[in-house]
Design a binder for this molecule. Sequence first.
Ligand code: GTP
Length: 296
Amino acid sequence: MGASGSGKTSMRSMIFSNNPASLTSRLGATIDVEQNHVRFLDDLILNLWDCGGQDAFMDSYLSAQRATIFSHVGVLIYVFDVESREMTKDLEYYHDCLLGLSQFSKDASVFLLVHKMDLVRESERTAVLHRKTAELEKASGDITVRVHGTSIYDETLYKAWSSIVNTLIPNVRNLSKHLRIFAEACNATEVILFERTTFLVIATSSGHSDQTVDPLAPHALDTKRYERTSELIKAFKQSCSRLREEFHSLEMELADFTAVLDEMTKNTYILVVVHDPTIETAAIRMNIRIARRKFE
Ligand code: GTP
């Protein structure tokens, strides 16, 4: 949910329909609610409601459609345009949505996206996000909210959506445990599992995808590596489809590391990153092939 023009449909079309950011300016306003059903990991179906943000629709969600809109909500994702000139009105609607949620879906998680961060000068982004976060937390009262700064023009969108989806996957810890075992078997620095269509991070061998890595560790890993990979591979897949080629897998052998990205199950891809020069990519691929059965 969020005001009209805040960017809800744009992010949905990029993440779930693989559209590039450049096409989002052609999207029309959403009329009422548009629903998407995304199959995740075979048996988890994500039912995504994109609620058009024009005032007439918002008023209807909060009155006549209240029970329909706010019942059985797993996650409320509220999008605020960082440059909104109507923040008071945005916050009033947001507050009313929180009341609807507390009435019909008490246990729902709440994610707040301060969107279009690319419009803020880079040097001011951290300060702006801090200020907005404080304002939104205050407006949320006792409700715990997670605030992310996002833009369709960089990897921040993938970070926010991976953490949203992570709260909905019931067995993430279990998956991380299995990925850890697999990483050990491959002598890999890290193993990451991505969802096939969205390329959002499902689980990693290092546990929580938000985990920061000690910069002094032997193979210091970039803290933005997951969302950067999602963004790059999505862009690469789009390039492949423009050439009418299908993306299947990827192998990189660089001076200090090797990476193999390959299909794991029907709905997932696995990325194995190895810093041991004695390990051949063929061996990693063989391990992936053998492990597939376990992950199905
Ligand atoms: P309703 O359907 O009316 O509720 O609007 P919406 O929230 O779905 O907005 P929509 O996704 O249609 O986006 C409105 C405009 O914002 C489009 O022109 C997008 O290209 C633009 N936009 C979306 N995300 C971003 C972003 O991260 N940065 C910038 N600069 N523009 C964005």
